[in-house]
Design a binder for this molecule. Structure first.
Ligand code: M6R
Length: 611
């Protein structure tokens, strides 16, 4: 949560920082601020979006060669001008931005209050900044040393950037638990929560690790650990173009990302799946194949949409590989003293690779000797780096807060992994294996075909946009998809929605059914088809409105449902890759019809780096 940007070098810093903040708004967007040095420290901040701040400071002298900026997702203190970052120290000389939470801030604040400090905001950030200033003053040390001492005292998560009025070329940065990327240019450096703010200037970046501190000047990047030992910065080449983070003619990133899925799924399969040769190449899986083959169980940890991908993984891996799988909410797993033994396999699924709960959950499991396998979208992210092996989803940057193309990327990786392990383990017949490879290979084309009927979903969305609640039902492989459909609708349209196993519905949620309740059935042709038709009858008998996602050629459900959307035929294991897409479109079009800012719905952030 929260996006941070910094620049020091010969260029005008303000436009770089403000453009960078717009790209990072997916991380939080309740208030914005910049601090710059031009003949003194200037701080401008405001509740609202980056554009609001920009408009508010039109006409000010913003010329500068060093600046830091922040877009916030509130943790301590409501969204307001005074709680917006950057914060300024008591002396007025230091400005700091922060992404994360300082857990022991109350104790430190008490100490500072006793020393006579006062605070202008409700944030933990202002406490940490004054703590740093106090250490500098009392120990007569430089800012770098004061930051180091302060960071050793605090608990929690942080990525901080600081500038000092008396040192107009230097940005001090540090991270623990919140991401930080430093772009290396010629005589200039860029800092960001991800690489998007620096894409047009440099492709050379350094991913800063936890407990590292960076002293960043135009011609110098010094990296140290908290013990004050120098670390050689490891430069990585970025493989990302600016076009990938722009809307490319679409009204919203979410729509662009939904429509990108034929190519993102193709990119995920490319170089791995060769259906004609009957092979799957996944080095991350092969490097750990003996562990997978001999695993007595696999634990999957994830949050939100990634957790839904994990649930589908349970169904697919148990079916194909005959390995017991447990799927855990990372936020529960990390605190509930789970049984994790040496050699256990933990699969972490995460789009961002930075989700705090997932990250800490696997750190704990790793301490117990578990083998961590990451299914991650963002290359070089924290989860990717601490994993012992893994597979990237290759969906490209996902900017819309609602996860779409990353989810289908996760499903494609899971299906390939399960097939690969099953083949190596001998738990799948050659016929079934080859058939599923062919089916998987055909997915991008089928997604392309079904997207051509997107307008039909728009019509359905118009019809149901006034609903106050919705129920999403599915069975078997389509149950996780029903959960995901409900989550998407909640996020993007603010309609209360619940996902349920279709047969479980009669044990409670059926009480909600009346003529006003839309019930979305994910009911593609599979081994549960007759059963789900019976569940549909139960809803119809109670006058619920039925929207059904069904397979082309289904001639039963159209007679029962109020609205149907057809997806191409596919094996039941592969079908979720198709049935999820109309649900993404449904939430998008309902959200648009209701006037929601679908790329930045209220209260959410793309990357949840706080617990
Ligand atoms: O980056 P991650 O996949 O770890 O994020 C997990 C969830 O925060 C995320 O899936 C969230 O639920 C999305 N907003 C769903 O659209």
């Amino acid at each position: 949560m929260c996006g941070i940007v910094g620049y020091t070098g010969p260029r005008e810093a303000y436009p770089i920082v403000i453009t960078g903040l717009k790209r990072l708004e997916y991380r939080g967007y309740d208030s914005t601020g910049v601090a710059l040095l031009n003949g003194g420290l200037k701080v401008y901040k405001k509740k609202g979006r980056v554009a609001d701040l920009e408009e508010n400071i039109l006409g000010k002298n913003l010329h500068c060669n060093i600046a830091i900026g922040h877009t916030r997702w509130a943790t301590h203190g409501e969204p307001s001008d005074r709680n917006a970052h950057p914060h300024t120290s008591a002396s007025g000389k230091l400005a700091m931005i922060h992404n994360g939470i300082i857990e022991n801030y109350a104790q430190i604040k008490k100490e500072l209050l006793n020393k006579g400090y006062s605070f202008t905001s409700d944030t933990d950030t202002e406490v940490l900044l004054n703590f740093i200033e106090d250490i500098r003053k009392n120990n007569d040390c430089n800012l770098e040393e004061a930051v180091r001492v302060a960071l050793k005292r605090i608990t929690g998560a942080y990525c901080i950037l600081l500038i000092d009025e008396d040192d107009p070329e230097t940005i001090i940065a540090a991270r623990k638990g919140s991401p930080l990327v430093i772009g290396v240019g010629k005589g200039e450096h860029f800092l960001g929560s991800d690489a998007s703010p620096m894409l047009e200037y440099t492709k050379e970046v350094v991913y800063v690790n936890d407990y590292e501190l960076a002293i960043v000047r135009p011609n110098e990047l010094i990296l140290k650990n908290l013990g004050n030992e120098k670390i050689t910065p490891f430069i990585t080449k970025l493989d990302m173009e600016l076009a990938a983070i722009e809307k490319g003619g679409y009204d919203h990133f979410m729509l662009k990302e939904i429509f990108e899925q034929p190519s993102t799924i193709h990119d995920c399969l490319r170089g791995r799946l060769d259906a004609a040769a009957g092979t799957i190449t996944m080095s991350g899986v092969m490097n750990n194949i003996e562990h997978f083959k001999n695993a007595s169980r696999i634990i999957i940890v994830a949050c939100g949409t990634s957790w839904h991908a994990g649930l589908l993984a349970e169904y697919v891996i148990e079916e194909l590989c005959r390995i017991p799988v447990e799927v855990e909410y990372a936020s529960e797993f990390r605190y509930r003293n789970p049984i994790v033994n040496k050699g256990d396999i933990i699969i972490a699924i995460s789009q961002s690779g930075e989700t705090a709960d997932t990250l800490v959950a696997i750190e704990r499991a790793k301490e117990n000797g578990a083998i961590i396998f990451g299914i991650v979208n963002v290359v070089g992210s924290s989860i990717a780096r601490i994993s012992d092996g893994g597979a990237y989803t290759h969906a490209g940057p996902e900017i819309g807060v609602a996860s779409t193309k990353a989810f289908t990327g996760q499903l494609a990786v899971i299906m390939m992994m399960a097939l690969k392990i099953a083949k190596e383990k001998g738990t799948i017949t050659d016929d079934r294996y080859n058939k599923l490879l062919m089916e998987l290979d055909a997915v991008p084309e089928k997604v392309d075909a079904l997207l051509k009927s997107a307008d039909l979903i728009k019509i359905i969305a118009e019809k149901y946009k006034g609903a106050g609640d919705a129920l999403f039902l599915g069975r078997g492989y389509n149950f996780p998809i029903a959960l995901e459909g409900a989550l998407k609708l909640k996020e993007i349209s603010y309609i209360h929605a619940e996902g349920y196993p279709a047969a479980e519905m009669k044990h409670g949620p059926i009480a909600l059914v009346d003529e006003n309740l839309p019930v979305v059935f994910v009911a593609t042709k599979d081994s549960y088809h007759e059963k789900i038709v019976s569940n549909m009858q139960e809803i119809k008998a109670r006058k619920g409105k039925i929207i059904a996602i069904i397979t082309e050629g289904d001639d039963v459900i159209p007679g029962l449902a109020d609205d149907v959307f057809y997806v191409p035929t596919a094996d039941e294991i592969i079908a979720p890759l198709l049935s999820t897409i109309p649900l993404q479109l449904l939430s998008y079009y309902v959200g648009i019809a209701k006037g929601v800012d679908v790329d930045k719905p209220r209260n959410l952030a793309k990357s949840v780096t706080v617990e």
